[in-house]
Design a protein around this ligand. Structure first.
Ligand code: C2O
Ligand code: CU
Length: 666
């Protein structure tokens, strides 16, 4: 069973238990003996069930239950015990005809249990992991304040005691002052605790990297501004020069539909950048009229840090009229893409992206010659106003391919959500993931592929003499049709929605990897969730990492040469495609199950709700690198941090930098 149903049922049980405790409290106050007794029994029962759901969830990892085990359940347990002891005996007696079942203390105790149940629920939703002392203090004081207030209402200390419905002997002065004393001290304790909690949460500094390894001796300081490419193309390589001008344009799609886009050179996608391994790529970015500023980030390409395009970290953002030149050598072969990294949740969505494909320089083709596959299509998938556009076409695209011809389809997900990809009508191989070749990928057929936001798949096959359809998101009216001959007809694809998903963690053959991830020098855990946190100086219901939002998430500090391990835990109910700049990571395991197929090197891995992923990489590209969720609105809502090499500084953005996912628009 996956973890998500456990998370959801625990939420449901938690909610149910607060409802039951409130019902018990209210019916008890109204002296509805039978109903109150039933509600109380139900509340106790649901609370016990809650213990079970939390215990089951704990089996999936401490991150999923920490605040429940340390705060929510103990608080509720204490209050519930008090409630049962104070209210239970009188209720039972009343059922046997003795008394009216109620007492002020009983009502207060039962309602306090209700507050405790509700508070635990709120802590899970608003705070999450890790539980901080300040959250604990604030929660406990709020519950106590609730109890005190309830006590004042249910059993007023002074003369209107009778009006509260409880018949009791008139109180003497000593009794009244004793109650006052209790109320005042209680109030003072609550206020102090709440104040201390708030103070703690304001004072806690984000400067210490969570989970960092032992410190290393500091290296000489280097600025990212100096981490630029300064070499030449490899022998025999060419210089590939491009000018990309960011500008607004109305773009006409194949269907005739027009979209208001933000473009590079008036095109969507931007100009395709291609190179042969060893070429030098030099791109001058100009900004014509994007007031928001732009940059170019080479997604998945391990360029020198100063060419990475993260505004406020590796460069200044490029405003209207400004420009910036990127240079790097095309040493990595494969399928990549580029996009703006300034206010990227807006800019990429509106069209500021393009493809980058580097082909090998070997027997398979050199220079501008064709590679082994004569049909080699680069297919970025992007959604404009609800319409899926593949490459530059919406609707269905038809290509004629001769039977027997090798075909390569390079799929790129430029959206913020995953796409489901099906290749119908032929067996095929997934030759590469995120640009990196897989080891001995086997032939598969009738499977669906889930392509993470930002991710790429290279699919290869030999064209059969029957049509082949590329179906995206099981939409049989769109996608691509490859026809063996022009008269093969426009066969609609089969219904592909029922096809099982190929698990890439078990695909291809294992092979040696360049390091042993078991003796990592650094280990960072990132628990992804939603919660109340500061994002860019404002409180928000944020997308959080370890309870914090950008830029308050501590930097992850590494030293060059370190083996770094990430544990990424998704506590939320949304998918988080995790993306590290400047490095590919090796997938070690998902939910504790080791990856057993081809070594899987990716720059984006899709962490679905309830999942826990372990990945590792060697820190071999010094700089300050963004490390974020590639659901770009999530990054904008706080889910973004930096991996910083010891000794590397940035002149571009103070201690944390302007936020690459943010910018002036919100
Ligand atoms: Cu493709 Cu930081 O992103
Ligand atoms: Cu996300």
């Amino acid at each position: 069973m996956s973890t998500t149903p456990l998370i959801v049922s625990d939420h449901a049980v938690a909610l149910l238990s607060s409802v039951a405790w409130f019902a018990a409290g209210v019916t008890l106050a109204l002296r509805r003996v039978r109903t109150a007794l039933a509600a109380l029994a139900a509340a106790v029962l649901v609370t016990l069930v809650r213990v079970v759901t939390v215990a089951m969830l704990a089996g999936r990892g401490w991150w999923f239950v920490q605040e429940k085990v340390l705060l929510g359940l103990p608080l509720l347990g204490a209050a519930a015990t008090g409630a049962v002891l104070l209210a239970g005996p009188r209720l039972l007696a009343a059922r046997r005809g003795r008394g009216d079942g109620g007492s002020a203390a009983g009502v207060v105790a039962v309602l306090t249990a209700a507050y405790a149940a509700l508070a635990g629920f709120a802590v899970t939703f608003l705070g999450g992991y890790p539980l901080t002392p300040s959250t604990a203090l604030i929660t406990i004081s709020l519950v106590c304040a609730g109890a005190l207030l309830t006590a004042r209402v249910v059993a007023p200390p002074a003369r209107n005691a009778a009006a509260a419905g409880a018949a009791r002997a008139p109180e003497d002065g000593r009794e009244v002052s004793r109650r006052r004393f209790v109320a005042w001290t209680g109030g003072a304790v609550v206020a102090t605790a709440a104040g201390a909690g708030t103070g703690l949460s304001l004072l806690s500094t984000p400067s210490v990297a969570l989970g960092g390894g032992p410190g290393r001796s500091s290296r000489a300081t280097a600025s990212v501004a100096g981490l630029r490419f300064s070499g030449a193309p490899a022998p025999g390589g060419a210089v590939r020069r491009h000018v990309l001008t960011a500008k607004k344009a109305t773009v006409r799609l194949a269907s005739g539909r027009e979209i208001d886009a933000w473009t590079y050179n008036g095109e969507v996608p931007g100009p395709a950048i291609t190179a042969t391994q060893g070429d030098l790529i030099e791109v001058r970015l100009r900004n014509a009229d994007i007031e928001d500023s732009v940059t170019l980030h080479w997604h998945g390409y391990d360029v020198p840090c100063g060419d990475d395009g993260a505004p406020g970290v590796t460069q200044k953002d490029v405003g209207p009229g400004a420009d910036f030149v990127y240079r790097f050598r095309a040493d990595q072969v494969g399928t990549y893409w580029y996009h703006t990294h300034h206010a990227s949740h807006v800019g990429v969505h509106k069209g500021l992206y393009g493809t980058l494909v580097v082909r090998p320089r070997d027997g398979r083709g050199t220079g501008d010659h064709l590679p082994a596959e004569r049909t080699d299509l680069t297919l970025p998938v992007h959604t404009f106003e609800g319409t899926v556009v593949i490459a530059d076409r919406d609707g269905r695209t038809v290509h004629d391919v001769s039977p027997g011809e090798p075909v390569r389809l390079r799929l790129i997900n430029t959206d913020s959500v995953p796409h489901r990809i099906v290749l119908a009508g032929t067996p095929f191989r997934v030759a590469a993931v995120d640009g990196r070749d897989l080891n001995r990928p086997g032939e598969v057929e009738d499977v669906g592929l889930r392509l993470a936001a930002g991710g790429r798949y290279d699919l290869v096959f030999v064209m059969p003499d029957t049509p082949v359809a590329l179906v995206v998101d099981d939409d049989r009216d769109g996608g691509l049709l490859l026809r063996p001959h022009a008269d093969a007809g426009d066969a609609r694809a089969e219904d592909t929605s029922g096809l099982p998903e190929l698990d890439l963690l078990r695909y291809g053959a294992p092979a040696a990897v360049p390091f042993d991830a078991r003796d990592a020098d650094r280990h960072f855990t990132m628990v992804l969730d939603r919660g109340v946190a500061m994002v860019d100086g404002r409180p928000a219901y944020a997308q959080t990492v370890n309870g914090r939002g950008h830029p308050s998430i501590p930097d992850q500090l590494v030293a060059e040469g370190d083996i770094v391990r990430f544990t990424v835990v998704n506590r939320s109910l949304e998918t988080h495609p995790w993306h590290l700049h400047g490095h590919a990571v090796l997938i070690l395991s998902r939910d504790g199950t080791p990856a057993t197929g081809s070594p899987l090197w990716v720059d984006t891995f899709d962490v679905r709700p309830g999942e826990t992923w372990e990945v590792a990489f060697r820190a071999a590209n010094p700089g300050i690198w963004m490390n974020h969720c590639h659901n770009l609105p999530h990054a904008h809502q706080g889910m973004m941090l930096r991996l910083r090499y010891d000794g590397v500084t940035t002149p571009f953005g103070g201690s944390h930098g302007a936020s690459p996912g943010h910018g002036s628009t919100t």
